[in-house]
Design a protein around this ligand. Structure first.
Ligand code: 13P
Ligand code: SF4
Length: 333
């Protein structure tokens, strides 16, 4: 029978992982997490499952159980390419749905089906159809942070890693860009293509302000500030680098100073600080309540009971697939 106690064997199996997370997880919490990690990794083999972990997962998920880690573009590629029988998506619902769109033969599971996204909820199929009617012939670029039914209405998808390249790949003077207004405006600043926007926002990134960035700079002279493009254009103007979650991680290798602040969800800094002992991370507290619905306990239940299965109606899937595949051809741009 399985044991979920912190035994010597569990300690031996998980001590190397603890080395990576000890700055953010106290020992007593780790001793609760470690047996779950061992059990998840054991079940993963039995199920022939792969765990895809988004960069915003808590460190015990990110370092402890994720076979592949990354931004939504990187994880979509991993989902497309895996031949595992089961994909457990430690991320939010639209990411798991994208995995199903790309690799329908696999069983795709999400540990909590309520892990949504404020952007995903900001637009309906009817809204998109109305926009298309109002702007006939104008191509629709849809952010990955949307449900499959919205992707199915679109010409092409994009992520924060390739939004500008996708917009420019269409050869159109004007595009409709849905649903993130800030990402759309950030792209518009960088291109000659006219970008029509919608009024969706990310509930995490919209909260950062210019005043806050200036206050960090005043408090920590020389600090490098890097941000996600779901922040407002005004905030993005104030920072040293703007990129997708994986883009931000990559940028750390060339950080000039010895202090950085990542203007994004808080787990990002926790997940990368071990790889950058030369940097001090100033951590603003910005939690995505959706990402944080994914826990070790729920991931274990997901693998045990094969829940919650993500399904996409075939008629929607094939139309959404066109838009996602077209984006994957553009790559990171
Ligand atoms: P990335 O594609 O940059 O990982 O972003 C996904 C997301 O939800 C950011 O809030
Ligand atoms: Fe959605 Fe924002 Fe959470 Fe990313 S951080 S999943 S965009 S609510």
């Amino acid at each position: 029978m399985e044991t979920l106690e912190y035994t010597e064997a569990v300690a031996e199996a998980t001590d190397p992982i603890y080395e990576k997370v000890k700055q953010s997880i106290p020992r007593f919490e780790w001793e609760l997490a470690a047996p779950l990690i061992v059990e998840i990794n054991r079940l993963k083999k039995i199920r022939n499952a792969v765990i895809l972990g988004h960069n915003y997962m808590v460190p015990e998920i990110f370092h402890g159980i994720s076979d592949f880690k990354g931004d939504s573009l990187g994880l979509a590629r991993e989902a497309r390419d895996t031949d595992a029988d089961v994909i457990v998506f430690c991320g939010v619902h639209f990411m798991a749905e994208t995995a199903k769109i790309l690799n329908p033969e696999r069983t795709v599971l999400i540990p909590d089906p309520e892990a949504g996204c404020s952007l995903s909820e900001s637009i309906t199929v009817e809204d998109v159809r109305l926009l298309k009617e109002r702007h006939p012939g104008v191509p629709v670029v849809t952010y990955m942070n949307t449900p499959a039914a919205i992707k199915a209405e679109s010409d092409i998808c994009c992520t924060s890693a390739n939004a500008k390249a996708v917009v420019e790949s269409l050869g159109s003077e004007t595009v409709i860009f849905l649903p993130d207004e800030y990402l759309a405006r950030n792209v518009a600043k960088e291109t000659d293509v006219r970008v029509l926007t919608w009024h969706g926002t990310c509930m995490v990134h919209e909260r950062f302000t210019v005043e806050e960035i200036r206050a960090y700079r005043a408090q920590y002279p020389g600090i490098e500030v890097i941000a996600h493009p779901e922040c407002s254009p005004e905030v993005c103007e104030e920072v040293d680098f703007v990129g997708s979650t994986t883009g931000m991680i990559g940028y750390l290798d060339s950080a000039r100073g010895d202090r950085v602040i990542m203007i994004t969800e808080c787990s990002m800094s926790d997940n990368v600080e071990e790889a950058h002992p030369e940097l001090e991370f100033i951590k603003p507290c910005a939690i995505c309540p959706h990402m944080k619905k994914i826990t070790l306990e729920k991931t274990l239940a997901s693998l045990k009971e094969l829940k919650y299965e993500v399904e996409v109606p075939e008629e929607v899937r094939v139309r959404a697939l066109r838009a996602v595949e077209r984006m994957l051809e553009v790559g990171r741009g």
